[in-house]
Design a protein around this ligand. Structure first.
Ligand SMILES: NC(=O)c1ccc[n+]([C@@H]2O[C@H](COP(=O)([O-])OP(=O)(O)OC[C@H]3O[C@@H](n4cnc5c(N)ncnc54)[C@H](OP(=O)(O)O)[C@@H]3O)[C@@H](O)[C@H]2O)c1
Length: 329
C-alpha cells in the first residue's frame, strides 16, 4: 500500500528554503502545498516557482491552513521562536532550521509547547542524515576505531565585509557561532553523546559586535576532547577528524558530507562515497516524514533534549565572549 502523502508548508521564502524546496521535489510522498512570508507577494512568487497551491502573508495564516501537515521554518534565526510557537499552536508539525532558537531559554519554551500539545518538532540539523554521516555513526556504534579520545571539526567561509547581511548583522542573529559554529558543536555532541564538562574558547568580535570567528576546546570525562572552530570571514578546511584508540575517521568537507574514510590501524582505508545529485536536504525531510507516519513526536537522530543541550553549549560559549543579543537574551 502506498504511504500517505505528507503535505508541507514552508515559512520564509529565502535562500535556504529555496534549496530545501528543490530537494523536497525528490522526496517520494512529499507535496509542497503552501508558503508563508511576511509579504504575500514574496510568498506568491515562491509558491509559483515551486508549484505550491497557496501563499500567505503571515505565519498565522500558514498555521491555520487545514491541509498542511508539517512546516519547514527557513526564516532568519531571531524569527524561529515566534514562527515555531505560532505553528505549534496551530497544531502543525515543525522542522526548523538551525540554530533552533537564539538561546536555550527560547528552545525550552518551544519544546515545552510542542510536548504539551503533542506536536512533532525537529531541528533541521540536515548533516546528521547525510549518508556518509549515517555511515560514520554506524562505524562508531560498531567500535571500528575503538574509543574516540579526540576530535577536531571546523567550518569556516569568507563572506567578505557585508555589515548589513544576515551573517554579520546583530539584529538578524549574525555571528559565526550561531550560523556556522553550530555544526562542529553539534557534531561533537553526536560523537561524544554528551555536552562538554568544561569549555575554553576565544572569539574575534568584529565591528558589528558579533563573532566573526571562534575556536574552542571542549573537555569531557577522562580527558577526552574536541577542538571546534568556525568563521564567517575566514576559510578553513571544513574537515572533521575523529581519533580513536584503534584508528581514525576522516570526513573532508564534513558539512556537505559527500564521503568519509575509515582508517583502522594496520588495515587498508575504506572510503564511503555518496554520489547523490540532491544537495542533501531531502534526507532530513524523509526523517521528519517517517516520524510523522509512525506517530512519533521527535526524531531519535536529533532528539529535542539534545537540541536543547546544544543550545546551552552555544549560550556558554557566548557567555565567555560577553556576546548577547539584547532582544533575545
Ligand atoms: N541548513 C543549511 O544548510 C542552512 C544554510 C543557510 C541558512 N540556514 C539557516 O536558515 C535560516 C535562513 O537563512 P537564509 O540564508 O535562507 O536567510 P535569508 O534568505 O536571508 O532569509 C530567510 C527569510 O527570513 C525572513 N526574514 C528576513 N528578515 C527577517 C526578519 N527581520 N524577521 C522575520 N523574518 C525575516 C525572510 O522572509 P520574508 O521576509 O519573506 O518573511 C527571508 O526570506 C537561518 O536560520 C540559517 O541559519 C541553514
Amino acid at each position: 500500500m502506498a504511504e500517505r502523502t505528507i503535505k508541507w508548508g514552508i515559512m520564509g521564502p529565502g535562500g535556504i528554503s529555496r534549496t530545501f524546496a528543490t530537494d523536497l521535489k525528490r522526496v517520494e510522498g512529499a507535496e509542497l502545498v503552501a508558503v508563508g512570508s511576511r509579504s504575500k507577494e514574496r510568498a506568491e512568487a515562491f509558491a509559483a516557482e515551486f508549484g505550491a497551491k497557496r501563499a500567505y502573508g503571515s505565519c498565522e495564516e500558514l498555521a491555520a491552513d487545514p491541509e498542511v501537515d508539517i512546516v519547514y521554518v527557513g526564516t532568519v534565526h531571531p524569527a524561529h521562536r515566534d514562527n515555531m510557537l505560532t505553528l505549534i499552536r496551530g497544531g502543525k508539525a515543525v522542522l526548523c532550521e538551525k540554530p533552533f532558537t537564539m538561546n536555550a531559554k527560547q528552545a525550552e519554551e518551544v519544546i515545552r509547547e510542542a510536548r504539551v500539545r503533542g506536536v512533532f518538532l525537529m531541528e533541521a540539523m540536515w548533516t546528521r542524515y547525510l549518508p556518509p554521516i549515517v555511515k560514520v555513526r554506524e562505524w562508531l556504534r560498531e567500535g571500528k576505531i575503538g574509543e574516540v579520545l579526540l576530535m577536531t571539526a571546523d567550518f569556516g567561509f569568507d563572506i567578505g565585509w557585508q555589515p548589513e547581511g544576515r551573517l554579520l548583522n546583530k539584529e538578524l542573529g549574525g555571528g559565526a557561532l550561531l550560523d556556522a559554529g553550530i555544526y562542529p558543536v553539534s557534531f561533537a555532541s553526536m560523537v561524544f553523546g554528551t555536552q562538554p564538562k568544561r569549555i575554553s574558547s576565544t572569539a574575534r568580535i568584529g565591528k558589528t559586535e558579533v563573532d566573526e570567528q571562534f575556536a574552542a576546546l571542549f573537555e569531557y570525562e577522562d580527558g577526552r576532547a574536541a577542538q571546534v572552530a568556525a568563521a564567517v570571514r575566514l576559510r578553513t578546511s571544513n574537515e572533521a577528524i575523529l581519533y580513536g584508540t584503534k584508528g581514525q575517521i576522516r570526513i573532508p568537507d564534513f558539512l556537505f558530507g559527500k564521503s568519509a574514510t575509515l582508517l583502522v590501524h594496520g588495515e587498508e582505508p575504506v572510503t564511503f562515497t555518496d554520489n547523490r545529485e540532491a544537495k542533501g536536504y531531502n534526507f532530513e525531510a524523509e526523517e521528519a516524514m517517517r516520524c510523522l507516519r509512525e506517530g512519533k513526536k521527535e526524531s531519535d537522530v536529533m532528539p529535542l533534549d539534545e537540541t536543547l543541550a546544544i543550545m546551552r553549549t552555544l549560550d556558554a560559549l557566548r557567555a565567555q565572549w560577553n556576546l548577547t543579543y539584547p532582544y533575545a537574551d
